[in-house]
Design a protein around this ligand. Structure first.
Ligand SMILES: C=CC1=C(C)c2cc3[nH]c(cc4nc(cc5[nH]c(cc1n2)c(C)c5CCC(=O)O)C(CCC(=O)O)=C4C)c(C)c3C=C
Ligand SMILES: [Fe+2]
Ligand SMILES: [Fe+2]
Length: 395
């Protein structure tokens, strides 16, 4: 007998016979060619969860996005050129989606796995349209970010809420959202496995500093908007180190934040500054561990492997290593499949309606600095508004 591709082959408590299970993977997206870089950056900076303006000044969002994306594009292009001319994110995320579908099948859950990128193809809107076409009856939303940030998972969820609210059918679809999963045993163990393995490549593994480098966010996200990202990151590192200790690994470790953009203060300590300090303090061997993201991307391949490695070696560190991103590591993907099954919504579950990341109360800490920025922004906006075409690009 032919089974429907989404039919369930063995009973799980929250799955009914005619259910069609969908899993929606949330990710950031990245430019596939150098030509895509500026419009990708425009989409990113046009997101009010990336540049957080008070509601009253949201009219400046798109002109500012146009300006900042145009100014940043040359530097970004250089970065993407150095890793082969584009982001590997789409290919890796598609592979993760296929691996997750298979892992779910092994656990007797038939599903369709969709990829929803926030700023480049395949856009969230496309994935949502496909979910509707496929007649999915239960949906699990799984961000590919272990820790929650307003700027990543929060932004994608906010967009989903808007798209689902606007649609008669989707607004009734039972949806479960996995907000974060850094604390899951499977993830923690998979990270510990990678670190353990990579330590063995050093001459004296016990003397290696384990250096966690997380993507940063502006301090105001945590301080003013209540982003749990920093707390979750610190807890995540504690859990991984605890797991390593249980395996008899007692190396020193350090957490720092990378990839800051723009003039505002970001979470500290900064990766580049810490690398210099560690070199000066006499650390000779260092293992870099990217911890906020589960695929290779520009920040691992260019920033860590090229820029930070060079800086570390110049600063006196002699032995450098880097843990690969989890990608399709089987223990990790199997654990994501468990997370999906545990989260499956019951038929009576509500659709995506409530917001966990409401930034309606965005406020500005320093009114004078804000007034100056606003005047400047308005002036630039005036100039830029002379140019047409401030719509989301390539959506
Ligand atoms: C947990 C991961 C990430 C957080 C938090 C995050 C916040 C954040 N990022 C920017 C600005 C940029 N991000 C860019 C690319 C990019 N960022 C992440 C992850 C997080 N960002 C990923 C996975 C990627 C895509 C990488 C790829 O391979 O294509 C970029 C573009 C690249 C560059 O020019 O450096 C920018 C710009 C901000 C402002 C922010 C928090 C507010
Ligand atoms: Fe980023
Ligand atoms: Fe960067």
């Amino acid at each position: 007998m032919l089974t429907h591709p989404l039919s369930v082959t063995e009973s799980h408590s929250d799955i009914e016979e005619d259910d069609k299970i969908g899993v929606l993977l949330l990710n950031l997206g990245g430019p596939e060619t150098l030509h895509d870089v500026q419009p990708f950056l425009y989409n990113l900076f046009a997101d009010p969860d990336i540049i957080r303006l008070p509601r009253l000044f949201r009219f400046l969002q798109r002109p500012l996005a146009q300006l900042i994306s145009t100014l940043r594009a040359p530097k970004s292009k250089q970065g993407y050129a150095s890793i082969g001319g584009g982001s590997p994110l789409r290919k890796i995320t598609d592979e993760q989606a296929d691996a997750l579908k298979m892992a779910l099948e092994e656990k007797k859950v038939a599903s369709n796995v969709y990829v929803a990128m926030r700023y480049w193809h395949p856009f969230t809107q496309e994935a949502v349209r496909q979910i509707k076409r496929d007649g999915i009856t239960k949906l699990v939303v799984l961000p590919l970010y272990p820790q929650f940030s307003i700027s990543t998972t929060g932004s994608s969820i906010r967009l989903l809420q808007t798209l689902f609210r606007e649609d008669k059918i989707l607004s009734k679809l039972p949806v479960a959202i996995i907000q974060s999963w850094y604390q899951r045993q499977g993830y923690v163990k998979s990270m510990a496995d990678l670190i353990h393995k990579e330590l063995q490549t050093f001459g004296s593994p016990d003397e290696v500093m384990i250096f966690f480098s997380a993507h940063g966010v502006p301090v105001s996200y945590v301080r003013d908007a209540g982003d749990p990202y920093k707390d979750q990151m610190e807890e995540c590192i504690d859990l991984i180190m605890h797991e390593l200790k249980a395996r008899g690994i007692h190396n020193h470790h350090k957490l720092a934040y990378q990839s800051r953009v723009g003039p505002v203060e970001w979470l500290k300590p900064y990766t580049d500054e810490v690398l210099v300090e560690l070199g000066q303090k006499g650390v000779k061997s260092l293992l870099a561990v990217p911890v906020s993201f589960v695929s290779e991307h520009i920040e691992t391949l260019e920033e860590i492997d090229m820029e930070y490695k060079e800086l570390a070696l110049e600063s006196g560190i002699q032995n450098w290593g880097r843990v690969p991103a989890l990608g399709c590591t089987s223990t990790f993907i199997a654990d994501l499949a468990d997370a999906v099954i545990e989260a499956l919504p019951s038929a009576s579950a509500t659709a995506i309606t409530t917001s966990t990341t409401d930034n309606a109360n965005t406020f500005v800490q320093d009114p004078l600095a804000f007034a100056i920025k606003l005047l400047l922004g308005s002036f630039l906006a005036f100039i830029l508004l002379l140019f047409p075409g401030f719509k989301n690009q390539n959506v």
